[in-house]
Design a protein around this ligand. Structure first.
Ligand SMILES: [Zn+2]
Length: 416
């Protein structure tokens, strides 16, 4: 189903559709002003007497426009394509999120703490929405630190918004998880707002564990290269988002008991995540203490890597680095052609770049597995939403090949 009309929103005409159905949840998807990715920013609920949908490009101004309708906002995680529009001028209502996300929004964006309401994980919490109770439960999204899925119960209706997530049935269907009720068919999942980043059968990504094993093997190989040589020294640069991809470099640091350099800004951000002190002790803000550095993912390319030589080889470093190896963890590195190796490597003189398909979004088979487990009545894609119909059809086709009967209702009709 088409979920928003960019042009109409830019012109200030928010498209609404009305259907004569029973009272139902009202959902508003806010999207980054940059508009590159149609990810959800904030999720707003209240009741109307008719089904009504409003979706559009978000800005602080539009929040003001709708602030008379709701005081409740839900933020899944601290990635900029989701929090776009949040600033220290925020005064539109309460933002519900996880504790790490609340801390980051306060510290990094300057939003007044009084507007942030962190909720406990895995604990149904009742909040008032236009005078009526809704229950919301935060569940781990297996994405970046602090990322959650929101499970809403509104009357008899169950809605799951996954934000950005990497589906893993072993973790997400643990005993006690409210998602088990859908898997065992004791409860119905009415709406699933789905992270369709990799909604194409060609994205059959390896598991995170497999990718981490592959990067460990690569790292060992790179370490062995300089074994026994005093003149050979390699600087290892791991690409990462502001938050995200931590498991990759922490696994290296933990296995080899190595210090990892992060810049002071990243250190402050990671300090907000309530990590155990043993993990924090692996980090340093002193470059000379570490040969593993965390850098922006965008710096892992042949043009940028040489720029690290001058800073790595200036005082107070005792030994000069003669080689730089970059590690680029991204699901997009998988490409469309099947490959016998998880890793694709490029070499240029004293530079090397290893790309590994490490992703914090669900692969296509994982999306299909998620649907097979949760059996939603409706699927609402939240990425590349101009192709929502196509995405839902692709998912249902793959699911039908996996199952003999389809548990789905027909997709929603398009807005008129
Ligand atoms: Zn994200």
């Amino acid at each position: 189903m088409a979920v928003f009309n960019k042009e109409a929103i830019h012109q200030g005409n928010v498209p609404c559709t009305r259907r004569s159905r029973a009272p139902i949840l009202y959902a508003m998807d806010f999207i980054s002003p940059r508009g590159k990715r149609t990810g959800l920013l904030l999720f707003v609920f209240f009741f109307l007497t008719e089904t009504e949908r409003i979706e559009g490009i978000y800005s602080h101004q539009t929040t003001r426009r709708f602030s008379s309708l709701t005081q409740n906002y839900f933020l899944t995680h601290f990635h900029s394509d989701h929090y776009g529009g949040l600033a220290n001028t925020w005064e539109s209502g309460i933002i519900y999120c996880s504790l790490p996300t609340a801390t980051l929004v306060t510290e990094q964006l300057g939003v007044n703490r009084k507007y942030l309401h962190p909720l406990p994980m895995n604990t149904p919490t009742v909040i008032a929405s236009r005078g009526k109770p809704i229950t919301v439960t935060l569940l781990d999204a297996n994405h970046c630190p602090g990322a959650v899925m929101f499970l809403f119960q509104v009357g008899k209706r169950n809605i799951l918004h996954v934000g950005d997530f990497r589906w893993n049935r072993e973790c997400m269907l643990l005993p006690g998880s409210p998602l088990n009720g859908f898997a065992s068919e004791q409860k119905n999942l009415d709406d699933l707002f789905l992270d369709t980043t990799y909604c194409n059968p060609k994205y059959s990504l390896p598991s995170q564990a497999e990718t981490i094993e592959a990067i460990q093997a690569l790292f060992l190989k790179e370490m062995d290269r300089c074994k026994g040589s005093k003149s050979c020294k390699t600087l290892h640069l791991f690409g990462a988002y502001t938050i995200g991809k931590e498991k990759m470099y922490l696994s290296i640091a933990e296995r080899h008991n190595l210090k990892v350099y992060v810049d002071p800004k990243r250190f402050r951000i990671l300090s907000a995540l309530n990590w155990p002190k043993e993990r924090m002790a692996l980090l340093t803000t002193h470059k000379e203490e570490a040969s593993v550095w965390i850098v922006p993912l965008g710096d892992i390319n042949m043009k940028k890597l040489p720029e690290y030589f001058p800073q790595a080889n200036s005082k107070p470093f005792a030994t000069s680095y003669d080689r730089i190896v970059g590690y680029r963890p991204t699901g997009w590195s998988m490409g469309s052609k099947p490959s016998s190796s998880l890793v694709s490597s490029r070499y240029n003189g004293n530079l090397a770049i290893h790309s590994v398909p490490y992703s914090e979004h669900s692969s296509f088979p994982e999306l299909v597995d998620c649907l097979a487990c949760l059996k939603p009545q409706r699927i609402v894609p939240t990425v590349n939403t101009s192709k929502s119909d196509e995405q839902v059809a692709t998912l249902l086709k793959a699911l039908s090949e996996k199952q003999t009967t389809l548990p789905f209702a027909a997709p929603m009709e398009k807005p008129r």
